[in-house]
Write a protein that binds this ligand. Sequence first.
Ligand SMILES: Cc1ncc(COP(=O)(O)O)c(C=O)c1O
Length: 391
Amino acid sequence: MSLLAKFNAAEQLRSGLAGAGQDPTGVVFDAIRSATEGVVEGRETILAGTNNYLGLTFDPECVAAGIEALETQGTGTTGSRMANGSYAGHLALEAELADFFECPGALVFSTGYGANLGTLAALLEPGDAVLLDADAHASLYDGCRMSGADVFRFKHNDVSSLERRLKRLGERASRCLIVVEGMYSVLGDSAPLDEFVALKEQYDAVILVDEAHSVGVFGEHGRGVAEQQGVLDKVDFIVGTFSKSLGAMGGFCASRHRALGLFRYVSRPFIFTASPSPSIIATTRMALKQLRSRPELRARLWQNASRLYASLQENGFELGPQVSPVIAVKIEQKERALADWNRLLRGGIYVNLMLPPATPGSASFLRCSVSAAHTEEQISTIIEAFAGLRD
Ligand SMILES: Cc1ncc(COP(=O)(O)O)c(C=O)c1O
């Protein structure tokens, strides 16, 4: 049974986590009442760890669009677009995403993870070089690995580290891909995209930006950090997900390069998986429409984020470097983080527990994600619960 022996370590890890109370990897929501409320172990709980930035999961128009699609197009597509064809909704969403990002084209994938895998595996091949931010999401690492390209990491958000790597690549720099995120999901910090883009132009490279956490959050029109920093038209490939601000699931790649149109013939994660179901496409399209037509959601999100960040800081917690809807509270010791996370949950607040090695600097974090749908009262309750951890 030596093949299965590796699971002994995972079992030890799992029982260690569960020993302190609720297993953070096994939380069950017995009911979801709204974008910000659920029931855990019979307790009414404020959801503060959902990435539901615009709070659109219960938006009546999104729900109605999903129901209509279920009733008129059925529950699923039951196959891939390559083999079974596309639904009109897939193409409409692609056109709407292209319009939103002011690009000639966009491609829809079945998950955000798949969008990263599919885009990187299509763009890169063995012999190519990719420069990857060290704190990039697992899906970006996995996409690079799947492509067989040579991967070189540079220091997180560090412009001079990227430049050193580009120099070292010599002639290869002009056909390398730089891979970064807009806002990073653990600490809520933004990339210096304007500087990264300037470097990529200087070296004639190509840049891909994952705006999974930034769409709907940053930029005058909610297009992400690239829009906020004025470089949207210079980014070569924008990838993202429907599972955060858009409240559904699925992913996309938008690009100003015509090559994107050919990904559907070469990208295995696009070709060999079922396409998103009609209800998912319908709710995503409606959510995108809301994102575009209701800037007040973004304003409300930032109000909530600023208030929570300022209060936690006043209470002496060590936080990520900038105000954002992802607010990570650093807890030095892993055991303390686990105990605090359990205390919050017992007090009716659900946040995310982030433990090493999946964290920057191998620290532990209680990660809050703020929503436009949080009420002032709910934000006050979250602040009080954190203050209680100091007792
Ligand atoms: C930066 C980043 N990219 C991609 C993904 C994958 O998206 P999805 O969970 O929608 O597949 C995530 C998910 O958390 C993410 O944080």
